[in-house]
Design a protein around this ligand. Structure first.
Ligand code: 5GP
Ligand code: ZN
Length: 115
């Protein structure tokens, strides 16, 4: 699949822009969020470009499954294995980067309400 030239996360996934990977598999890569909201805050993204999680689920469900597997591996590698996986979808929900990414959050007892 071609990718948008201006997509930051495509550049990370392709290696065009350097980022320290904390995990990867054939479908997805993981790297630390630049603005962490918890002691563990890693982004998991597919290597291919999809705008949001529902688009990915419809087009490539196995890639979404691989993304979730990678999230769990990162949580086990970097923490105690417990984690929250969040996909902000749409601007009102807080999505700011339109290359689907799961936020892997953990490393402390997490609060619940995002409001
Ligand atoms: P969203 O707001 O779309 O759910 O999440 C985008 C996330 O990407 C934010 O948590 C933000 O901190 C992170 N982010 C934005 N730019 C960069 C960057 O250049 N490097 C890294 N590692 N994370 C980034
Ligand atoms: Zn992209």
């Amino acid at each position: 699949m071609s990718f948008p030239l201006d997509c930051l996360f495509c550049s990370f996934a392709s290696g065009e822009k350097s980022v320290d990977l904390v995990g990867q598999n054939g479908s997805a890569v993981a790297f630390r969020d630049i603005n962490p909201q918890a002691p563990l805050h890693v982004l998991v993204i597919p290597r291919e470009h999809y705008a949001d999680v529902a688009t990915l689920a419809g087009a490539e469900p196995q890639v979404l499954a691989d993304l979730v597997t990678l999230a769990q591996e990162v949580a086990l590698d970097q923490g105690d294995g417990d984690y929250r996986l969040v996909f902000n979808s749409g601007p009102t929900a807080g999505q700011s980067v339109y290359h689907v990414h799961g936020h892997v959050l953990g490393g402390k007892r997490l609060g619940w309400t995002p409001a």
